[in-house]
Design a protein around this ligand. Structure first.
Ligand SMILES: [Mg+2]
Length: 232
């Protein structure tokens, strides 16, 4: 293995953190729901609507309202569209200004660089927003700018294997000499497998496997990830 590709959201940082902060900022004492369950539900609806919003079939604002309203509804709470949009704005702002790497992740990245591995990021989302998150995490310390591939900039999104293959090209490597690390069973793993890149499912939220190709490896914590990467 000479290169490692990472997903960004909820792989390098805890995506619940800026979400929970936005919830508190916008809803304060509002509906008392389990914020992590709300986050998980909103991600599920987000993944389901991502392809249609990327194709421009659903305006982004409509997608933001949809995924939050549906998530709240699953937890027995009703919120209006304006509240959803306010929460989305706060969440996006927090993601660009109030995120940090998962504890221990900087050491994982340092360890990989120390043994000569080149690192990349493969992420779905709006160009400037994803780049701002990477910058907020200080990723330029480990990842070259051209090895940060954002779907909206590249014109192709996960799980399309073309995006993963482009990342290999940018890093000057081949799929079999690479490893992919991501938290999303379907979005991350199926694309990596289709591209011929060994895939690590970073299942730190202890989710059940979804439909789709199985990952080559599964780990549940940053410690397990570090130990596994040391053997590859
Ligand atoms: Mg992710």
């Amino acid at each position: 293995m000479d290169c490692v590709l990472f997903d960004l959201d909820d792989t390098l940082y805890d995506q619940v953190q800026p979400f929970a902060l936005a919830y508190q900022q916008v809803l304060g004492e509002g509906p008392q729901v389990d914020v992590e369950a709300l986050f998980r539900a909103s991600r599920r609806y987000s993944d389901a609507a991502f392809a249609a919003s990327e194709r421009g079939e659903i305006p982004m604002d409509e997608m933001y309202v949809y995924r939050l309203q549906m998530a709240f509804r699953d937890l027995g709470a009703e919120v209006d569209a304006a509240t959803c949009l306010a929460m989305q704005r706060a969440y996006a702002h927090n993601q660009e200004h109030a995120i940090t790497l998962l504890p221990g992740m900087a050491e994982v990245l340092d360890g990989l660089r120390a043994r000569g591995c080149r690192l990349g990021i493969v992420t779905n989302g709006p160009g400037q927003h994803q780049l701002a998150k990477a910058a907020a995490l200080g990723m330029e310390r480990w990842v070259a700018r051209d090895a940060t591939l954002v779907s909206a900039i590249e014109g192709v999104a996960k799980p399309n294997p073309a995006l993963y293959l482009r990342a290999c090209e940018r890093l000057g490597t081949t799929p079999e000499r690479c490893v992919f690390v991501g938290d999303a069973y379907v979005m991350d793993i199926s694309g990596a497998v289709a591209a011929g890149i060994p895939a690590i499912w970073f299942n730190h939220r202890h989710r059940n496997p979804d439909k789709g190709p199985a990952p080559d490896y599964t780990v549940h914590s940053v410690d397990e990830l570090r130990s596994l990467l040391e053997t590859l």
